[in-house]
Design a protein around this ligand. Structure first.
Ligand SMILES: N[C@@H](CCC(=O)N[C@@H](CS)C(=O)NCC(=O)O)C(=O)O
Length: 207
C-alpha cells in the first residue's frame, strides 16, 4: 500500500493516524508541496484536484479525499475498529466529522493560513482574518466541550474517526498561537491531551 502525501499536511496526517492505529505499514511517497509537485501531471492523474493525500492499495486501486480514505482503511484493514458498531455512536461519529469539515476546520484554516502559510510565502498576516477565525472556532468549541464533559471521545467511549479528523487542525492551532483559546474549554483541552499523546498521533506527526 502507498500513501502519496506530505508529512506536514493535515489530511495526510489523518490517513497516517489511521494506519498507525491499525498497526499497518504503508510506503510513504512524498509529494513535495513546497515545490508544487501536487500540481504536476503525474500527481493530477492520481488526484484531479491537485492536492494530497492519495491512497494506492497493493492491487492498484487508487483513491483520494482523506475522509473517504480513512473510512476505507478502517473498513478494510484488520485491527482496532475506529467506527463504532452501535448505531447511535456511529451517528455521533459522522455528526462530528461533519462538524469538523463544515465549521471547525474552515475556521481553523483561516488562522493557519494567515499565521503559517502566508508568512512562509513572504506575505503579511491579516490579523482581521485571524480574529474572524477565532470567532468561527467559538461555536464548534462550545459544542464539543459540552459533549466531552460527558464522554472521553467525540463519538462516545472509544477513539474514532471523528477524533482523527479533528486532530490535525487542533495540532496546528497550537502552532499558530491559539493555546489561549483552547484553554478556555477544559473538556476540549483534556480530550486533546488524550488524543495528542496517543502513539498513533505521535507517529503521524513524526514525534
Ligand atoms: N478534501 C481534500 C483536501 C486536500 C488538501 O487540501 N490537501 C492540502 C494539504 S492538507 C494540499 O494538498 N494543499 C496543496 C495545495 O492546495 O496546492 C482531502 O481531504 O483530501
Amino acid at each position: 500500500m502507498k500513501v502519496y502525501g506530505h508529512p506536514a499536511s493535515t489530511c495526510t496526517r489523518a490517513v497516517l493516524t489511521v494506519l498507525a492505529e491499525k498497526g499497518h505499514e504503508a510506503e510513504f511517497v512524498l509529494v513535495d508541496l513546497g515545490k508544487g509537485e501536487q500540481k504536476l501531471p503525474a500527481h493530477v492523474a492520481r488526484q484531479p484536484f491537485g492536492v494530497v493525500p492519495v491512497l494506492e492499495t497493493d492491487d492498484g486501486f487508487q483513491m483520494y479525499e482523506s475522509r473517504a480514505i480513512i473510512r476505507f482503511l478502517d473498513r478494510t484493514l484488520p485491527g482496532v475498529a475506529l467506527t463504532p458498531a452501535d448505531p447511535k455512536a456511529y451517528a455521533r461519529m459522522e455528526q462530528f466529522i461533519s462538524v469538523e469539515h463544515c465549521y471547525f476546520s474552515p475556521a481553523a484554516m483561516k488562522i493557519i493560513y494567515e499565521r503559517l502559510l502566508k508568512p512562509m510565502r513572504g506575505q503579511a498576516t491579516d490579523e482581521a482574518n485571524v480574529q474572524a477565525g477565532r470567532e468561527g472556532l467559538r461555536r464548534p468549541f462550545e459544542v464539543v466541550d459540552a459533549v466531552l464533559a460527558k464522554q472521553p471521545f467525540l463519538a462516545g467511549e472509544a477513539f474514532s474517526l471523528a477524533d482523527v479528523c479533528w486532530a490535525p487542525y487542533m495540532e496546528y492551532l497550537f502552532a499558530v498561537g491559539q493555546a489561549d483559546l483552547v484553554a478556555q474549554y477544559p473538556n476540549l483541552s483534556a480530550w486533546w491531551t488524550r488524543v495528542s499523546t496517543r502513539p498513533s498521533w505521535k507517529r503521524a506527526t513524526g514525534r
